[in-house]
Design a protein around this ligand. Structure first.
Ligand SMILES: Cc1cc2nc3c(=O)[nH]c(=O)nc-3n(C[C@H](O)[C@H](O)[C@H](O)COP(=O)(O)O)c2cc1C
Length: 305
């Protein structure tokens, strides 16, 4: 039996279910094309905000036993200076390019979405894991049902492009957040962003990252991500994209069985190289052929049945 590893997110067909996750290498259009050339079924460039941002000082990334901790601080050139790079990727990647946007207020999300929509991408991912500068606590939008839903509502108002709401794992009930963004009009959900974490150098007794705290990615968050996807699948009808620690084909299959139609891959590029997309796709295909699955669809949500 030959397994078909193509998949669909809404009406967009992907030759395989692996997607470059936002922020890992996709800062430029050329980097997105590089991931596509190495087997990514779609690519998500680094999140773009309303204006140019420098990000945090070094060190911004540290490896620990279970993965990586980063506090990059969303450096980007701002929407007006970034449209050219996204357009370059859209023209040259040969696979769907899904721009990622963020803002400090819901109005900023709306403005960035409106400008991004002029490029007519097939979908936009909304990074809700950035601080809400309009709230006293400055908490991420992804941590509040109301704030997350307000952002999705304004992005949907400003564009006709299908919207993927990217959720955070560190919430008391991911089901409530998922339901809130679905009701606000999200067309799909991607889960999850990084999980808050910290690494301290015991010799100097100081946090390793300049920003002190950061976000955990890689192996350590995979069970957390699978758990979130499982819960979201039970709660909403819109498609789910799984993210968090996918390193091998079996990791991807696990997320698909929890309910994802595709997976994003970030940190695994550090472990397995840029062709991790091709490697993971080959491993998914092999798994399917050895276990009697002819299509991805047959595995989606299988762990619930
Ligand atoms: C260095 C670094 C930068 C990131 N930048 C972004 C970003 O700009 N926007 C975003 O939505 N997620 C960003 N993320 C989160 C990833 O897209 C992904 O959700 C997370 O790393 C978990 O997936 P992984 O374990 O496959 O890396 C970043 C992660 C890392 C490690």
């Amino acid at each position: 039996m030959t397994a078909d590893i193509s998949t669909k997110i809404l009406n967009v067909k992907l030759a395989n279910p692996t997607i470059l996750a936002s922020g890992i290498i996709g800062v430029s259009g050329a980097a997105c094309c590089y991931a596509a050339k190495n087997g990514a079924g779609a690519v998500i460039p680094k999140s773009i905000g309303p204006k140019e941002r420098e990000g945090h000082n070094n060190p911004i990334l540290v490896e620990f036993k279970g993965g990586f901790l980063n506090a990059v601080g969303l450096p980007n050139a701002g929407i007006d200076n970034s449209l050219g790079e996204i357009e370059f990727a859209m023209k040259n990647a040969g696979v769907p390019v899904i721009p990622s946007i963020f803002g400090g207020t819901k109005e900023e999300f709306g403005m960035v979405a409106e400008k991004m929509a002029t490029l007519k991408p097939q979908m936009i991912e909304v990074n809700l894991s950035c601080p809400n500068t309009a709230s006293d606590l400055g908490e991420a939008f992804a941590l509040s049902e109301t704030a997350a839903a307000e952002v999705i509502r304004i992005v949907k108002d400003k564009t006709k492009i299908p919207v993927i709401a990217k959720l955070a794992p560190n919430v008391p009930s991911i089901k409530k957040i998922a339901k809130a963004v679905e009701e606000a009009g999200a067309d799909a959900i991607s889960a999850v962003n990084t999980m808050p974490g910290m690494v301290i150098d015991v010799k100097t007794a100081k946090p390793v990252l300049h920003n002190k705290q950061g976000g955990v990615s890689g192996h350590a968050i995979k069970p957390v991500a699978v758990n979130c996807i499982y819960d979201i699948y039970e709660t909403v009808k819109i498609p789910i994209i799984g993210i968090g620690g996918v390193t091998t084909g079996e990791d991807a299959v696990e997320m698909i069985m929890a309910g994802a139609v595709a997976v994003e891959i970030g940190t695994a590029i550090y472990y397995r190289g840029i062709d991790v997309f091709r490697k993971v796709s080959d491993e998914i295909k092999l798994f399917m052929e050895e276990n009697g699955y002819s299509s991805i669809k047959l595995m989606v949500g299988k762990a619930h049945k």
